[in-house]
Ligand binder design. Sequence first.
Ligand SMILES: Nc1nc2c(ncn2[C@@H]2O[C@H](COP(=O)(O)OP(=O)(O)OP(=O)(O)O)[C@@H](O)[C@H]2O)c(=O)[nH]1
Ligand SMILES: [Mg+2]
Length: 286
Amino acid sequence: MAINWYPGHMHKTRKLITESLNQTDVIIEILDARIPSSSRNPLIEELVQGKKRIIVINKSDLADPVITRKWTNFFNTQPGITAVSMASTTDKNPGRIVNMCRDMCRNEVWFTRRPVRAMIAGIPNVGKSTLINKIVGKKKADVSNKPAVTKRFQRVSISKGFELIDTPGVLWPKFEDQTVGYKLAILGSIRDSILDMEDIARFAYIYMEEYYGERLKTRFKIDNLPVEPQEGITLLGKKRGFLLKGGTIDYDRSCRLLIQEIRDGKLGTVSLDDVPGDVPEGSNTF
Ligand SMILES: Nc1nc2c(ncn2[C@@H]2O[C@H](COP(=O)(O)OP(=O)(O)OP(=O)(O)O)[C@@H](O)[C@H]2O)c(=O)[nH]1
Ligand SMILES: [Mg+2]
């Protein structure tokens, strides 16, 4: 099943981002460290060309640190981009993002006259509002572990010298590469209710069995992991005792379990996007 999710408010957000660009000095694009390529919105990429830019590779606590480091280096070699990785929920020094933005604008004629204005943008559920709250030091923006929580632009004044705008998450109308859609779905950037969870779980199982098979085996105490996804997912449910009346395994619940375990980091840190130019490691190790 083809995945696409581009509700009206995303189209509106895109227009609002465009309109706000001339009042924005720095764009802070937030990516999900587990999918730094798939969580990159080509629409945002297109809009912000020529702007001062920071890429925050967020949720680094949930991704493989070696791969995240490679991604950070990769983005830092791109012209006009400064990239950092962080875990917004626990970060001890969010002020460094403010300093980075201010440093980028230090030579502007207006620098001493008005605050630096930064806009936080990105796809749904990557932690935009979480980062804002961390920087402000209190809960100003709504945060929740589901996509499309932020519905409007919200300006937050951080200090005399710095202002931030939170924006709703935006996707784009069509995923050229359907694996991008699957990865976004697995990690919670697409509303679950529009998804065929069995289909998503099948993709997730095939990926996990190939790259992180040992993790599945250890967590679910399985000796021989089936290659066939339906058989594998059923086994996970069986291990958890997801029985229906009559003794069959609740397959639907087993699918949701696998996806939730990946989202919550229960299967350890995972990185689903290969770094350009890198040889996929296919690591089956911890
Ligand atoms: N583990 C982990 N979770 C995070 C991190 N940053 C954010 N989260 C969680 O991710 C979920 C989404 O965070 P939000 O800040 O609401 O994301 P958003 O990008 O503002 O989402 P929308 O407003 O829906 O576009 C929440 O449950 C956060 O607690 C992080 O660095 N690590
Ligand atoms: Mg938000």
